[in-house]
Design a protein around this ligand. Sequence first.
Ligand code: HEC
Length: 105
Amino acid sequence: MTARVISCAVLLGISMVPAIAGPTEGKEVYDSKCKACHGATGQGNPGLAKMLKVEMRPLGSKDVQAASDADLKKIVAEGKGKMKPISGLSAKQVDDVVAFVRTLK
Ligand code: HEC
């Protein structure tokens, strides 16, 4: 009985995972700042693309994923082509949203 309690405590100790910055927080940022234009899965909003007369490449596509994290952060901060800079994000939120974009591939 005692042995069982101890091994249980050991298991709990091992399963404590350090907090990882990234995709989970990034999804919240994405949902509030990017989703309206890029869609829930990054495929792009066809109506918006048509209105802006621009081709929106899916964020999960090879071409977009080939960009470095620094490139993606720059796009968020400075915009690209018809995309305007996204304001109101902390540096960490930008890191997080880039981590989320990486999950779309
Ligand atoms: C108001 C609409 C809008 C919002 C909001 C928006 N985007 Fe964009 N985004 C665009 C459009 C339109 C393009 C295509 C620009 C072009 O090619 O001229 C684009 C392009 C991009 C690209 C480059 C894709 C490529 O083809 O290389 C990335 C990466 C990107 N957006 C990420 C984001 C992220 C991350 C967010 C949220 C933090 C975001 N966008 C918010 C409209 C938006």
